[in-house]
Write a protein that binds this ligand. Structure first.
Ligand SMILES: [Zn+2]
Length: 396
């Protein structure tokens, strides 16, 4: 299996930058959706790459030059640049997200031949075996419960879901790649699962290989799926699914805001913090906040050559996490930052996350703003870095 590259996990950031860039270069000010008197529905005709999309929904961000981010009833966020919008009108009917039944019907239309496995909080649209979908559904629900308990104990009030969360599961890498290539392009070959902030869905193919092996034969016993996924070698696959599901939870419960300029060390570090396998658990994942030994070893190897401005660079922009040469060290550091903050500076981190959760979709912060925001909660970076390194050294 190829390595999961999280660089492409948020492909929409490219467009986000473009929207924010246009707003900043053309006119500086953004008219925010919250300031608009109408809570009705906006209708857009968007023409992109020769294809026309009729989009209706609630405009959540509007740049002064006319670029918009629109929330559609199925939870998708449409980003449209001014030159892509050929028509626009509004009506007064209230915006209503899809009900569970409407969401199911829309998925059935979009994925003919797929089945839908429903759980309390998820719709799993799949052409894998029922057993595999059920196994993943149970994992998602376990994570969902753990996630809510974790944050309520830390006094971060999560908001209820507007719509059930959607995961699309493919029985082969080919069918997965065919579906996701429009969004992530070539990365479809190396990214085995990802959560899309634009579609609000997790896309994944059967990571056990069981579906490809058994395709054409019926009735893979559930025990077999359990058997495969509870082996220590499957821990990485399970962690990948939990990682993506954590992203989805962060953005659907108000911990972070979709398409906002969230520092990548926060969003990725949180996902790595939650994904950490619990090797004592028979399901490969059972508890939150374990030491991620693999990331810790990576970080300790990096420490002797870590430059003095490493922390400053991690916070000011996302480059260290995006560039292949620095990515692994930066992921390890992002995990450790989240580990340190959630274990040793919990109240401060919750305050910081509350600040981030207020960010508007499509609006970019400058590097200076990021540094200042961090400093306003955690104090001087040099002191923070000293305490952080001491803490990491003390982890056993
Ligand atoms: Zn990620």
């Amino acid at each position: 299996m190829t390595l999961f590259s999280r660089l492409a996990a948020c492909p929409v950031r490219i467009r986000l930058r473009r929207l924010a860039g246009i707003a900043a270069a053309g006119c500086l000010a953004l008219a925010l959706a919250g300031d608009r008197p109408s809570r009705g529905v906006d209708h857009f005709t968007i023409v992109r790459d020769g294809t026309t999309h009729e989009v209706r929904g609630r405009t959540i961000t509007e740049a002064e030059d006319g670029g918009v981010i629109v929330l559609a009833p199925d939870g998708r966020l449409w980003i449209a640049q001014p030159d892509e919008i050929s028509e626009r009108r509004s009506d007064e009917s209230p915006f209503k997200p899809f009900t569970r039944a409407e969401m199911e019907a829309a998925l059935s239309r979009e994925f003919p031949g797929f089945k839908i496995h429903t759980t309390a909080n998820y719709l799993i649209c799949h052409n894998t075996s029922k057993e595999y979908a059920q196994w993943c559904g149970a994992l998602f629900e376990r994570l969902h419960r753990g996630f809510h308990t974790y944050w309520s104990q830390r006094r971060f009030g999560l908001r209820p879901l507007e719509t059930p969360m959607v995961a699309v599961m493919f029985n082969s890498h080919e069918s997965y790649a065919l579906h996701v290539k429009d969004e992530i392009g070539e990365a479809a070959d190396s990214v085995v699962a990802y959560y899309s902030q634009a579609s609000n869905r997790i896309n994944v193919y059967d990571l056990t290989g069981i579906e490809e092996f058994k395709r054409g034969r019926k009735g893979v016993p559930r025990t077999r799926v359990n058997e495969i996924l509870s082996q220590p070698e499957a821990a990485r696959q399970v962690a990948t699914i939990v990682h993506e599901a954590t992203h989805q939870l962060c953005y659907n419960t108000g911990l972070l805001n979709r398409l906002a300029d969230n520092p990548l060390w926060v969003s990725e570090g949180l996902a790595v913090f939650f994904e950490t396998p619990d090797l004592k658990s028979t399901t490969g994942w059972g508890s939150i906040g374990q030491v991620n030994q693999h990331r810790l070893d990576q970080l300790r190897n990096y420490f002797p050559s870590r430059p003095g401005d490493a922390l400053w660079n991690l916070i000011r922009d996302d480059d260290r996490l995006k560039l292949p040469a620095s990515r692994l060290d930066a992921y390890a550091e992002s995990w450790a930052m989240n580990y340190y903050l959630l274990k040793a500076r919990q109240a401060d981190y919750v305050s910081y996350l509350k600040l981030l959760s207020q960010k508007q979709a499509g609006v970019a912060d400058s590097p200076e703003e990021r540094i200042e925001e961090f400093r306003s909660v955690f104090g001087e970076l040099a002191n923070f870095d000293r305490d952080f390194r001491r803490y990491v050294d003390s982890i056993r």
